[in-house]
Design a binder for this molecule. Structure first.
Ligand SMILES: [Zn+2]
Ligand SMILES: [Zn+2]
Length: 174
């Protein structure tokens, strides 16, 4: 999710550049990926670049109940200022005093990489519970079948054996 912003950084503040995004992100250490689409408005500020992004993410996740993989859709509205590490005019490193460490930076190659911000926003806004649907039927504790997809007879069998035992006790003795 890289944007070349050298030209924008040389422009005066208030200049804008509209970009579109369509890419796939890896989410941390997990094997799951996230598709991200949308538009990104880059605006030159006094010191850096203001990013306003409207993105729709499709996050690959695994259901905690039935272990199935599913997609969680999530709309992201990102508003962040990015600060350039390098001063394009002087070629020197910028003194970014007073700017906290939590900020996002534009690398020395004048490339603004949005992927860290997208990951942060996703981890903040994605639902905490990983459930494929509200009423996931989970896996059968006896046979391990995914009860969303198939039925098994474990419960019935248990009922049947209980019922059988019950009927047995009522059987008239001869
Ligand atoms: Zn599930
Ligand atoms: Zn079962």
């Amino acid at each position: 999710m890289d944007f070349k912003v050298a030209t924008l950084l040389k422009a005066s503040s208030g200049n804008k550049k509209l970009e579109s995004v369509s890419s796939t992100l890896k989410m941390g250490r997990s094997e799951f990926k996230c598709d991200v689409d949308g538009s990104v408005l880059l605006t030159k500020t006094d010191v850096g670049v203001w990013v306003s992004a409207c993105l729709s993410a499709k996050i690959g996740r695994q259901c905690g109940s039935c272990l199935d993989q599913y997609i969680e859709p999530l709309d992201l509205a990102i508003e962040e200022e990015y600060f350039p590490l390098l001063n394009l005019v002087t070629g020197e490193r910028n003194e970014l005093e007073g700017i906290g460490e939590d900020n996002f930076y534009i690398g020395e190659d004048n490339v603004l990489d949005l992927s860290d911000a997208v990951r942060q926003y996703i981890s903040l806004h994605a639902s905490i519970n990983s459930k494929c649907k509200e009423y996931c039927k989970a896996l059968c504790v006896d046979c391990g079948i995914n009860l969303n997809k198939e039925k098994c007879n474990c419960r019935n069998n248990k009922k049947n054996t209980k019922l059988a035992a019950l009927l047995e006790s009522f059987r008239p003795t001869e």
